[in-house]
Design a protein around this ligand. Structure first.
Ligand code: IMP
Length: 179
């Protein structure tokens, strides 16, 4: 275990099992339909890569980047599109792959923005959900693993661009971001 991690919440194996199950459900739900997976950079990259391979069926992938935390551990609530989709999603089935739903503000903004482009359907799959901290109601069709209200890193999630490559999700030692 990395020295800055105080507790592993989900092991590599537990994440794999959850993503595999989610992928199988998505493949079933979208059978015979076209599907674009949209990942929010950069935190959702690992999740998207594994989720895409867990879906047995034709899919496309596209990416968006929005501003979120910078290197701070607190949500600013400010959402700005830094990189937009390359695909025209009008009339297409879109599934957003998110790393974590914390306040929900980022997703709320994204959903509103993407809905205005008139997709055929628009749903959310999130790897993680932070327990009891959502400031807005998010309808997540494929909910993720529940984490406590702590700052977590690994499997794509970072603090100041570090820890994304940890194969597990764990709680970051608060002394790292309170320094
Ligand atoms: P929200 O808008 O508060 O739901 O969170 C937006 C983004 O902040 C997420 O997609 C993550 O990239 C990031 N984030 C929120 N909580 C954490 C955390 O515990 N660790 C790392 N990143 C986080």
């Amino acid at each position: 275990m990395h020295q800055d991690i105080v507790k592993v919440l989900y092991s590599k194996e537990e994440i794999e099992a959850h993503v595999r199950k989610m992928g199988a459900q998505i493949a079933k739900d979208y059978q015979g339909e076209d599907l674009i997976l949209v990942a929010v950079l950069r935190g959702a990259v690992m999740f998207l890569a594994d989720l895409a391979r867990a879906i047995d069926g034709p899919i496309e992938m596209d990416f968006m980047a929005v501003s979120s935390y910078g290197s701070s551990a607190k949500s600013s609530g400010v959402v700005r599109i830094i990189k937009d989709l390359d695909t025209d999603i009008k009339g297409r089935n879109v599934l957003i792959a998110e790393d974590i739903v914390d306040s929900g503000l980022t997703l709320k903004y994204l959903l509103k923005n993407l809905a205005s482009r008139q997709p055929k359907s628009l749903e959310v799959a999130s790897l993680l959900i932070k327990e009891g901290v959502q400031q807005v109601n998010i309808d997540c069709k494929y909910p993720g693993l529940v984490v406590p209200n702590e700052f977590v890193v690994g499997y794509g999630l970072d603090y100041g661009e570090r820890y994304r490559n940890l194969p597990y999700v764990g709680i970051l030692d608060s002394t790292v971001y309170k320094k």
